[in-house]
Design a binder for this molecule. Structure first.
Ligand code: HEM
Length: 372
C-alpha cells in the first residue's frame, strides 16, 4: 500500500484526513444526493437480474462499486468507470501476493494497473482544481464528492505540500487507497444478508412486511424516499446489525504499540503489533445468547447501536469506519427494493470465512418480479 494510505497514516495527518472524509459523508447534501443515486443503481441492477440465474456475490459489486466511485469522484456509468473497475480488480490482486516484481507477476500487473488508475484520477483531480481556481468558488459551491472535500480543505492538510502538482499527487493517491476498504466489505455484507434471509423465512417475512408498509405509504403520498425513511425501519436495521455481527467481514484489526502499554495485567511492549479479534467478541456467548443463530429479534432488546464494546463490525475509536452510515443506507435501500419488488430462490451454498469471507459458489440465485 502507498505511503499516504489512510489505513497506514498515524497522528495528525490521519486525524485530519479521517475527519475530512467523515464530515463530508455526514453532510445533509451528501445524504440527500446519495440516497437518490443508490436507489437508481439498485433498481437498475435488480431489473437486469430477472428471470435468469445470477452469481449474487459478483453482481452486487456492480451496485457498490458504482456508488463508491460516485462518492469519491462523481463519475457515472461510462468508459471511465469501466476502466476503473477493470484496473482496480487487477490492482487489489497485488495487495496480498508474493513480493516478486517482473513482467508477468501478480505484483507487476498490480503496479501497472495502479499507474493507469493514477493517470485517470490525476486528470480528474487536476480538472476539478482548475474549476475551483477559475470560479474562485470555494465557499459558494456544494461539495459533491471526496475529491471536492479534499481540494477545498482549509486545514493545511495538503497545503504544506506547497506545490500544486504534489497536492494533486497526494489527493489522487488517497482517492485510490480509499477504494480499498469500501470495495469488498459492503458487497460481502449484502451477500451474507441475502444468504441469512434465504435460510430464515420468518425473518424474511417480517422484513418484507415492514418494507411493504413503507412502500404503501410512499406510493399513497407519492413522496420520494429520504435517507431517514430507509434508516428508520427498525426490523430492517436489526437484520443489518445481525448480518454484520455474524458475517464478521473484518475479522480483526491491527494496532502497533507506540509505547509500553499495560492492559488487564498484560504488558504489550513498545513496537509490538496486536490484533484485536472482532469475531471473538461477536461470537462469544457471554455477549450474545446462541451466537451462531441468525436472530434479528435479539436487537429489539439490545437496541440499535452503531458500535459498542460488544458490537464492533466497523471498528471503533479514532479509526471507526467513516463508511458506516453509508453502508447501512446501501444495505437498507437494497433490501427494501429487493423484498418489495422481487422474490428469489437461492441455490445451496456455504460461507467460507478464510482467508476472507466469501460464498463458496458465489451464491447463485434466480430472481423474479413478485407479481408474475
Ligand atoms: C459493511 C461494510 C463495511 C465494514 C464491515 C467496514 C469495516 C471497517 C473497519 C472494521 C474499519 C476499521 C479498521 C481499523 O480500525 O483498523 C474500517 C475503516 C475504514 N473504512 Fe470501512 N467498512 C465497511 C464499508 C466501508 C465503505 C463503504 C467505505 C467507503 C465509503 C469504508 C471506508 C473506510 C475507511 C476509509 C476506513 C479507514 C478509516 C481510518 O483508518 O481512519 N468502509 N472499516
Amino acid at each position: 500500500m502507498g505511503e499516504h494510505s489512510i489505513l497506514q497514516l498515524n497522528g495528525n495527518m490521519h486525524k485530519k484526513l479521517h475527519s475530512l472524509i467523515a464530515v463530508f459523508l455526514k453532510s445533509p447534501q451528501f445524504k440527500a444526493q446519495i440516497t437518490t443515486d443508490i436507489q437508481y443503481s439498485v433498481k437498475q441492477c435488480l431489473a437486469s437480474w430477472t428471470n435468469k440465474t445470477i452469481y449474487f456475490q459478483d453482481e452486487v459489486k456492480k451496485i457498490t462499486f458504482t456508488i463508491l466511485i460516485k462518492v469519491l469522484m462523481s463519475i457515472g456509468p461510462g468508459e471511465d468507470l469501466d476502466l476503473l473497475k477493470r484496473e482496480f480488480g487487477e490492482y487489489i490482486k497485488g495487495l496480498i501476493c508474493l513480493p516478486i516484481k517482473f513482467p508477468g507477476t501478480t505484483l507487476y500487473k498490480s503496479l501497472k494497473a495502479k499507474e493507469r488508475m493514477m493517470k485517470m484520477v490525476r486528470r480528474i483531480v487536476k480538472e476539478r482544481m482548475k474549476q475551483i481556481n477559475d470560479n474562485n468558488a470555494e465557499d459558494h459551491c456544494a461539495v459533491n464528492d471526496v475529491v471536492d472535500a479534499l481540494l477545498r480543505d482549509k486545514s493545511e492538510l495538503y497545503n504544506s505540500s506547497s506545490s500544486s502538482s504534489l497536492m494533486v499527487e497526494m489527493i489522487s493517491q488517497n482517492i485510490i487507497e480509499f477504494m480499498i476498504p469500501g470495495e469488498e466489505t459492503l458487497p460481502t455484507a449484502m451477500t451474507l444478508a441475502l444468504k441469512f434471509l434465504s435460510d430464515s423465512p420468518l425473518a424474511l417475512s417480517k422484513l418484507k412486511e415492514e418494507n411493504m408498509e413503507l412502500k404503501k405509504q410512499k406510493t399513497n403520498c407519492s413522496d420520494d424516499y429520504t435517507w431517514t425513511d430507509y434508516m428508520s425501519l427498525p426490523f430492517t436495521q436489526n437484520v443489518i446489525s445481525e448480518t454484520l455481527r455474524m458475517a464478521n467481514i473484518v475479522n480483526g484489526i491491527w494496532r502497533k504499540a507506540v509505547k509500553d502499554v499495560e492492559i488487564k495485567g498484560y504488558l504489550i511492549p513498545k513496537d509490538w503489533c496486536v490484533m484485536a479479534s472482532l469475531t471473538s467478541v461477536h461470537m462469544d456467548e457471554k455477549n450474545y445468547e446462541n451466537p451462531f443463530k441468525f436472530d434479528p429479534w435479539r436487537w429489539e432488546k439490545i437496541g440499535v447501536v452503531a458500535s459498542n464494546n460488544c458490537f464492533t463490525p466497523f471498528g471503533s475509536g479514532h479509526r471507526l469506519c467513516p463508511g458506516l452510515e453509508l453502508s447501512r443506507l446501501e444495505l437498507s435501500i437494497f433490501l427494501h427494493h429487493l423484498v418489495t419488488t422481487y422474490r428469489w430462490v437461492a441455490e445451496r451454498d456455504e460461507i467460507v470465512y478464510f482467508p476472507t469471507v466469501k460464498m463458496k459458489k458465489k451464491l447463485p440465485i434466480r430472481v423474479q418480479p413478485i407479481n408474475t
